[in-house]
Design a protein around this ligand. Structure first.
Ligand code: ADP
Ligand code: AMP
Length: 223
């Protein structure tokens, strides 16, 4: 019996564009997990692993964690049971070396199915990032104005006190935006040339972005 082709999607866009928010909504709709490299590094840091401590020094500066460790971490992650139907990449790849590595990892499944590019300007990205709050227990992402929890400062699902990421301070965000334009934005051309790119208007409210995304991915022949 031949195994069905896995569905691999990539979310691209500036920090704060809404990739994580939408990836979490899509994983329910499609039944495939979100793989956020940022979340994986933060999980390792919380557990004080060697990888987490290494990643911290880069994350604190808003720079990219070296490709070798990042790629190995993703390779390991997609071999897990929950990825048997595919995965939604959020925050990976972040440069051409990682993009080529991902092409190789997904080659057996016919490559990446689609790349969703969220368009958003820097000023709005800055507002979104500085207002972002996260549940330390379940990882649900809120925004103090755009997507507030029911009870101020508390997760709707866990009741835990929401936290602000260390790297969401304006000085670090500026570096992260610079790193995005320098290293990640060339991927827009890379995927466009492969015919994989779909642009999404990231300025719309969360549910409208979700509807646009669903229309795109559901028009794809998902295995
Ligand atoms: P990314 O994963 O691209 O860095 P997030 O999904 O974490 O971005 O979103 C950044 C912040 O913006 C969060 O606080 C989130 O609640 C908020 N947000 C996400 N999408 C939207 C949207 N369409 N409109 C308004 N706020 C949004
Ligand atoms: P994110 O959660 O996607 O905003 O990422 C937070 C930080 O984690 C980034 O600023 C980087 O330091 C690091 N990081 C996340 N994904 C990658 C990646 N694919 N390659 C290198 N570093 C990454």
């Amino acid at each position: 019996m031949t195994q069905a082709r896995r569905t691999f999607l990539v979310m691209l866009g500036v920090p704060g564009a809404g990739k994580g928010t939408q990836a979490r909504l899509l994983e329910e709709a499609l039944g495939i997990p979100q793989i956020s490299t940022g979340d994986l590094f933060r999980y390792n840091l919380k557990n004080q692993t060697e990888l987490g401590l290494l990643a911290k020094s880069y994350m604190d500066r808003g720079e990219l964690v070296p490709d070798e460790v990042t790629i190995l971490m993703v390779q390991d992650r997609i071999q897990r049971e929950d990825c048997q139907k595919g995965a939604i990449f959020d925050g990976f790849p972040r440069n051409l070396v990682q993009a080529v590595a991902l092409d190789q990892m997904t080659a057996g499944d016919g490559g990446i199915r689609r790349v969703l590019m969220f368009n958003l300007d820097d000023d709005e990205a800055m507002r979104r990032i500085t207002g972002r709050r996260t549940c330390p227990v379940c990882g649900t992402v809120y925004h103090v104005d755009y997507n507030p929890p029911k009870v101020e400062g508390r997760c709707d699902l866990e009741g835990a006190e929401l936290v602000q990421r260390d790297d969401d301070k304006p000085e670090t965000v500026k570096t992260r935006l610079y790193v995005y334009y320098k290293q990640t934005s060339p991927l827009v051309g890379y995927y466009f040339a492969k015919g994989l790119l779909t642009e999404i208007d990231g300025t719309q409210p969360i549910d409208e972005v979700q509807a646009q995304l669903l229309a795109v991915v559901q028009s794809e022949p998902v295995a």
